[in-house]
Design a protein around this ligand. Structure first.
Ligand code: PBG
Length: 335
């Protein structure tokens, strides 16, 4: 039992008493999702006038750049504080060295410029990792079957700089290379980007829940092998705390746990232990599960989704990256 004095026994204490009325339930509610907690990941694609549905993520579309002002503008109207931009990269731009990542005119950089030009007071977050651009589908450079750490970190630093130059506010390294947060911080500072924020994918697990995302960005088909030599083993939590401690020590402003739902214990431990801004990524597979079940008529998407997002808050997350951000914002607005 928590608290002092100890709770008197039934019938003096009736736990149902505070559940009897809606106003009272509202009054005793401990955790509440607000629109300020939401980061909306979006997928962008080359071309014009495009809205390509992602089959494994019902309700999610890849958007061409000319759609961004309107779509992101709507998110801003709903009060969503930030978007995360992910590119669908054409196969002909994928190379073993992932060089398209450092092209300051690549799809992501052009998308960021477009958003910044048309939508004000909206945060833009960009992933740092090579998987959209690497012909092996890996987050780093592959040499003789090994994902090489230090060479990858050098390219990630350049990728961070071109994204910052495009106007990106939050650099989010999702690659899980060692030492990248410190190197990126140094590179950003050296180029005058002291105020560009780093949200580290600090504890990122080698998960089966990323499948639909890899469809959305077109990296699923190209991936050779798995990501277990850099992403974490799902059985580990002490190791997650070490990862987070290192990223904070290297200069991360915010840390993220990913995936979300199967790792809420990690979110909770991280928030309690470090007290830094802590985010959870409610990943593509988690979103797809809810959508698929609701398409079957087995779950009610809006209520299951809101319950899920509230769970992230209860676990201690300061915010959630979720494909349901706009749906949630609309529900919150309707009250
Ligand atoms: C790329 C990246 C991935 C996700 C975000 N950034 C996939 C991966 O690591 O393979 C997954 C997001 C999701 O599933 O929604 N490094």
């Amino acid at each position: 039992m928590t608290g002092f004095p100890p709770t008197p026994a039934f019938p003096v204490t009736r736990m149902r008493r505070t559940r009897t009325q809606n106003w009272l339930r509202r009054l005793v509610r401990e955790n509440q999702l607000t629109v300020d907690d939401l980061i909306w990941p979006i997928f962008v694609v080359e071309g014009a006038g495009k809205r390509q549905p992602v089959p494994s993520m019902p309700g999610v579309e890849r958007l061409s750049i000319d759609m961004l002002a309107e779509e992101v503008g709507q998110a801003k109207e709903l009060g969503i504080p930030a978007v995360a931009v992910f590119p669908y990269t054409e196969d002909n731009l994928k190379t073993p060295d992932g060089r398209e990542a450092v092209n300051g005119d690549n799809l992501v950089c052009r998308s960021v410029r477009e958003i910044k030009k048309h939508v004000h007071d909206m945060g833009v977050l960009c992933d740092v990792a090579l998987d959209p651009y690497n012909s092996d589908g890996h987050d780093g450079i592959v040499k003789n079957g090994i994902i090489v750490n230090d060479e990858t970190v050098e390219i990630l630093c350049q990728q961070s700089i071109v994204q910052a130059q495009a106007g990106c506010d939050v650099i989010a390294p999702s690659d899980m290379m060692d030492g990248r947060v410190g190197a990126i911080r140094k590179a950003l500072d050296a180029h005058g980007f002291q105020d560009v924020t780093i949200m580290a994918y600090a504890a990122k697990y080698a998960s089966a829940f990323y499948g639909p995302f890899r469809d959305a960005v077109g990296s699923g088909g190209t991936l050779t092998g798995d990501k277990k030599t850099y992403q974490m083993d799902p059985g580990n939590i002490d190791e997650a705390l070490r990862e987070v401690a290192l990223d904070i020590a290297e200069g991360a402003d915010m840390v993220m746990v990913k995936p979300g739902l199967p790792y809420l214990d990690v979110v909770s431990r991280v928030k309690r232990q470090f007290g830094v801004p802590t985010y959870a990524y409610n990943v593509s597979g988690e979103y797809a599960m809810l959508r698929a079940a609701s398409q079957q008529g087995w779950l009610d998407y809006p209520s299951a989704m809101m319950e899920m997002l509230t769970g992230f808050k209860r676990a201690g997350a300061d915010g959630i990256l979720t494909y349901a951000a706009r749906d949630a914002a609309k529900i919150l607005r309707a009250g």
